[in-house]
Design a protein. Structure first.
Ligand code: UDP
Length: 342
């Protein structure tokens, strides 16, 4: 019998790409989302890409314990990948209670429902933000977590701790936290991708929206950092590569291959790329000219962060494959696809 994976927040940017890869790898899934930060565009895209019209979709809020229990009653769930969360750093500073309540209670509900239904494998979507301004680069999974600089970042740390402690106490729960670096790009079909509401916070959606004319000018935040070209360094990981890491992690859990009941993996490329490099690569591979200007640093940004990916490479048998250029092409194809629909 096929194993079933629950994808919470599965209609969003990362969740939709992960859904595709899970189906392509032979898993059944159930997608659940409250649609608070997306529409059905990506879920429809997932159905088109996989040729599967019958993917179960449940519109529900993971903060609603009864709804979560109903979901676990209805489906035999072998693993859950938990994406359902608010993710805007700035907004989390302005609305900490909203962020703590949403991001923590939805995850606690998943764990409680899983425990009440005989246990589950739980994959938590964490972030490189837990490392803060790391002293030693690249960061390994053993690098210290630094105090979070936003409520959003803190919810990632707290959820990691909740999972670690739960796994320790409950033999029916196994857990993996994947710490993402900077996921960018879109599916090669251009049928799913990032769909920011309002003005994008993240670099690549801002680049593509500037290139298409939705934004007048890209601001590059700071060119006086102690880096080779003065702009920040990040580890940009292709969204399809990132999605494949989830399949590898789920397989590891379901096949009983975990070495500890709670494991953490960095999901990145291991290569630092500067903001200016990324902007120039985008212009070059897509043959477009971007209107941009260097402005002041953005408060809260770290100078540089990139991953040591050895553990994920060895233990998950996974590594990032798509080049930054291919990824930037896919991001541009997605933006043009969206423009064509307007
Ligand atoms: N960035 C920028 N202009 C923008 C958005 C982001 O220069 O409009 C820079 C930001 O300062 C950081 C990098 O791009 O150095 C990646 O930012 P993003 O918000 O995408 O991800 P983060 O690393 O902050 O999670």
């Amino acid at each position: 019998m096929k194993k079933r994976v629950l994808v919470s927040g599965g209609a969003g940017y990362i969740g939709s790409h992960v859904s595709v890869e899970l189906i392509n790898s032979g898993y059944d899934i159930v997608v659940a989302d409250n649609m608070s930060n997306c529409d059905l565009t990506c879920f429809e895209g997932v159905k088109k890409i996989t040729g599967r019209e019958d993917i179960p979709f449940v519109k529900m809020d993971f903060c609603d314990m009864e709804a979560v229990n109903r979901l676990f009653d209805e489906y035999r769930i072998d693993a859950v990948i938990h994406f359902a969360a608010f993710k805007a750093v700035g907004e989390s500073v302005a609305k900490p209670v909203l962020y703590y309540k949403n991001n923590l209670s939805s995850f606690l509900n998943v764990l409680e429902a899983a425990m009440g239904h005989g246990g589950c494998n739980v994959l938590f979507s964490s972030s490189a933000t837990v490392y803060g301004e790391a002293e030693k680069l690249p960061v390994t999974e053993q690098s210290p977590r630094l105090p979070a600089t936003s409520p959003y970042g803190n919810t990632k740390q707290i959820c990691e701790d909740i999972l670690r402690d739960t796994v320790k106490a409950e033999s029916s729960i196994k857990g993996i936290a994947l710490r993402y670096f900077n996921p960018i790009g879109a599916h090669p079909s251009a049928l799913i991708g990032e769909l920011p509401r309002g003005v994008p916070n993240n670099l690549v959606p801002f680049i593509t929206q500037t290139a298409i004319g939705k934004r007048e000018r890209l601001s590059i935040f700071g060119n006086d950092y102690p880096t080779p070209d003065g702009t920040c360094l990040r580890d940009y990981i292709d969204i399809v590569d990132l999605a494949k890491a989830h399949v590898a992690a789920v397989r590891r859990m379901l096949d009983g291959k975990m070495k500890k009941d709670y494991e953490i993996f960095n999901i990145g490329t291991g290569r630092p790329v500067s903001v200016a490099e990324l902007v120039h690569s985008f212009e070059k591979v897509n043959g477009v000219k971007l209107n941009y200007a260097y402005v002041d640093r953005r408060p809260g940004d770290v100078t540089a962060i990139w991953a040591d990916t050895a553990l994920a490479n060895e233990e998950l048998g996974w590594k990032a494959e798509r080049s930054v250029d291919e990824t930037l092409e896919s991001a541009w194809a997605w933006e043009k696809h969206l423009a064509g629909k307007e």
